[in-house]
Every structure is written in structure tokens, then in C-alpha cells.
Write a protein that binds this ligand. Structure first.
Ligand SMILES: CC1=C(CCC(=O)O)c2cc3nc(cc4[nH]c(cc5[nH]c(cc1n2)c(C)c5CCC(=O)O)c(CCC(=O)O)c4C)C(CCC(=O)O)=C3C
Ligand SMILES: [Fe+2]
Length: 372
């Protein structure tokens, strides 16, 4: 608490919401895809296919609107709590670009900011890549603020709670309250080599499957256990993948959600809840890859499927962001804050471990690590 009795966000002057970005009109789609895939060796056919997903939705991804809604919810939450902290928004791949946001922060006199990313898990793609982008954007911005990326939150109760309620609501929409439904947890596939090297190197040696899969399993197990507690029924659950990209000859995490549904149908499963455990809002991977493609697969197979809600702007998720800011602020002041985490993996570190989640194309400087 500060002298006015409000929670103390010292030493921070601002919060930066950092996200992926998405196109907002048809003319944006191709340049957006070029931004995302520059130097990534993604085959032309895959790009054309993904472009079609965006055009199916009028060339507009919902992700930026969802992030603007999160910014507004955070501003209101901070105001209600008496926390005087402006909230900025920047993206890796589309407007508002991170570097432009940092310039605006510098112009506003922001000296130090906490950074919350809309990506909850460890891997190069979902964590270190964001930190590399932070390094690059700071390097090109005169007077850029000092930035502290907030810790991973895949196992924070403010994330798990809304996902559990999303599952319960989805079960309620199924016949017989979904009593025989399978919980199918879905996340973004990544190359298996990237999954294996995700997390800190010493962690990877102890647990060779990598932090990305381990963290998802932990979150999925925790959600399933809480659903069981609430319903009194044990639903079997699986972790599967969507949105595979890249060169078809490179192995990526499997099974794909559509293949898995086919497998479930042949095992006689007739009801499924799709749980987008890897995503925090209903962006294109959710509304196309799950709501459009996987739902069509389920229908073709005679499976009744419902998709569980993502955290979005659930008040517990918004409060989680506030708590992570205050927790880190306290730690930076030399205090020992409590660090909420559910499941067996514990709260992640404030600074990513040295050499964690290596870039498949070779080392690049990154902010917010023990070796930065
Ligand atoms: C782990 C992960 C997350 C979750 C964590 C996080 O959120 O960061 C995520 C999120 C997202 N991915 C998104 C969009 C795309 N991802 C692509 C390509 C790729 N994703 C990858 C991984 C991930 N991606 C990877 C390894 C590639 C291959 C290229 C590369 O090595 O980087 C491509 C290229 C076309 C294609 O799919 O091939 C697009 C268009 C959007 C925006 C959605 C919207 O617009 O609403 C979001 C939130
Ligand atoms: Fe992606």
C-alpha cells in the first residue's frame, strides 16, 4: 500500500500489453502475413490457405479489438483499485507496432514499465521471440523505458479459474449436461524440436519433453481436476494441437485436433468440449481452426461438440494481470510477494533462465532474461 492506502505499483510508471497483432481490413491481410512469416520458410500454399481464413472473416482478425477491450478493462480495474498506471498496447506483427508504442511511452515520459504478453507458455515462439522483439524495439527507440516482462501465467489461478468455468458452461450446453463428454484441450502446434528445447536448459535436461508441453499438460490436468470436483464426474481429457504451419517435412507437435476427433469418433465418443487452453482470447486460431474447421470435422463425424470460452476479459483474468504487476513491483522493491500458482510446477521466474527457449535460427539478443 502507498500512503493513500492504494496498492503500490512503484517502480512502474506504466503497463505495456504486448500481443501478436492481426489484420483489420482485407488490404492488411497479405502484408500482415508477410510480417509474420518473413524468413520463416513457410510454403506459399500454406500462406494462401491462411489468407483465406482471414478473408472468410472479412479480412479482419478480432485479436486487436480483444486486446483493446483488455486494455479498457485494465484501465477500469486500475482506476477502481486506485492504481495510477497508464496502459499501453503494442504488437509484434501489426499496428500498433511495438516500436511505435515504445516511442509514445518515451514521449510521455515513461521511465519504467511492466510488460504483459498475451502468450502464457514457454517456447521460442510464445516467449523468447517476444523478448527478442522487445530488445529490437528498445534498441531502435531513443529514450525507451526500462521494461520488465511479467512471469508466465499458464498456471495462475486467474487464468485457470475462467477456463474451468468455460468448461462447465460448455458441458451445460451438451445433452445430459455432457455426462460422457471428452475434454479436448487444444493449443498451437510448434515444431517438435522447438518444443523439446523450450524452457531453461537445465530444466530440459531433467524433463526432456520440454516446458511447452509440460506446462500445457499441467494446466489441462488442473482444469480437468477442477471440473471433476465441480461436476462429481471424471471426464477423460487429452491435449492436442491446431494451426500446424511450416514445411510439411518438419515434424510438429501432434495429434492435430481434427485427426484426434476422427480417432475419438472411431472409439465411440459422441460428445466433446474443445478447450482452447493455449489461447487467452477468441482470435483467428480459435474462430477459424476450432469454431469453423474442427467444428465441421466433429459434425461430419457425428460428434456433438461445444467450444469452451477463453479467458478474454473475465474479471479474474483482468485481476490476475493487476496482481502480476503488483507482485513484480513488490519484488523489484526487494520485498517477497506471494506468487500464486496452481498445479505442481510452481510459479515461474521473473527473469527467463539463461539460454532458455533458444531461437531455432541461432542466438539473438533478448530482453528480460537472466542473461540479458
Ligand atoms: C505458439 C504459437 C502461438 C500462441 C502464443 C502466442 O500467442 O504467441 C501463436 C499465436 C498466434 N498465431 C497467429 C497467427 C499466425 N501464426 C503463424 C505462424 C506460426 N505460429 C506459430 C506459433 C504460435 N502462434 C509458429 C511456430 C508459426 C510458424 C512461423 C514461425 O516460425 O513463426 C502465421 C503464419 C501463417 C501460418 O499459419 O503458417 C499466422 C498468420 C496469431 C494471430 C491470430 C489472429 O490474427 O487473430 C496468434 C495469436
Ligand atoms: Fe501462430
Amino acid at each position: 500500500m502507498n500512503p493513500a492506502g492504494h496498492p503500490d505499483a512503484t517502480p512502474y510508471d506504466a503497463l505495456l500489453l504486448l500481443s501478436f497483432g492481426g489484420p483489420e481490413k482485407p488490404e492488411d491481410v497479405v502484408p500482415f502475413l508477410e510480417n509474420v512469416t518473413r524468413g520463416r520458410g513457410i510454403p506459399r500454399e500454406r500462406l494462401e490457405e491462411v489468407g483465406q481464413h482471414y478473408f472468410l472473416f472479412g479480412g479482419r482478425s478480432p485479436i486487436n479489438d480483444q486486446n483493446r477491450a483488455l486494455v479498457a478493462a485494465l484501465e477500469k480495474d486500475f482506476a477502481d483499485q486506485g492504481i495510477d498506471l497508464p496502459v499501453y498496447f503494442g504488437n509484434r506483427n501489426w499496428e500498433p507496432y511495438l516500436a511505435d508504442t515504445l516511442s509514445a511511452m518515451a514521449a510521455d515520459g515513461v521511465g519504467r514499465a511492466a510488460v504483459f504478453t498475451t502468450s502464457a507458455y514457454s517456447s521460442w515462439s510464445s516467449c523468447r521471440q517476444y523478448r527478442e522483439n522487445l530488445f529490437d524495439a528498445v534498441a531502435q527507440t531513443p529514450g525507451a523505458p526500462r521494461l520488465d516482462r511479467l512471469r508466465q501465467y499458464y498456471n495462475h489461478p486467474g487464468f485457470i479459474g475462467p477456463v474451468v468455468d468455460g468448461c462447465l458452461a460448455a458441458l451445460g450446453e451438451l445433452p445430459e449436461n455432457g455426462d460422457t463428454a471428452r475434454l479436448v484441450f487444444v493449443t498451437h502446434s510448434i515444431p517438435t524440436a522447438m518444443a523439446e528445447t523450450s524452457g531453461a536448459p537445465e530444466e530440459a535436461r531433467a524433463q526432456p519433453r520440454g516446458a511447452y508441453v509440460r506446462q500445457h499438460r499441467s494446466a489441462a490436468d488442473e482444469v480437468a481436476a477442477r471440473v471433476r470436483q465441480a461436476t462429481g464426474r471424471a471426464h477423460r481429457h487429452d491435449l492436442v494441437y491446431c494451426s500446424r504451419s511450416g514445411d510439411p517435412s518438419t515434424p510438429w507437435l501432434e495429434p492435430d485436433v481434427n485427426d484426434h476427433l476422427t480417432e475419438l469418433a472411431s472409439d465411440g465418443v459422441s460428445m466433446v468440449v474443445l478447450v482452447p487452453i493455449g489461447f487467452v482470447s477468441d482470435h483467428m486460431e480459435v474462430i477459424y481452426d476450432l469454431d469453423t474447421e474442427a467444428m465441421a470435422t466433429a459434425e461430419r463425424l457425428g460428434i456433438t461438440a461445444v467450444r469452451a470460452a477463453t479467458a478474454g476479459v473475465d474479471p479474474r483474468f483482468v485481476a490476475m494481470v493487476r496482481d502480476l504487476v503488483l507482485e513484480r513491483a513488490a519484488a523489484e522493491r526487494g520485498e517477497q510477494p506471494t506468487r500464486p500458482a496452481v498445479g505442481s510446477l510452481g510459479a515461474g521466474p521473473d527473469l527467463c533462465g539463461a539460454g532458455c527457449c533458444p531461437n531455432p535460427r541461432g542466438p539473438r539478443p533478448a530482453l528480460c532474461g537472466a542473461d540479458s
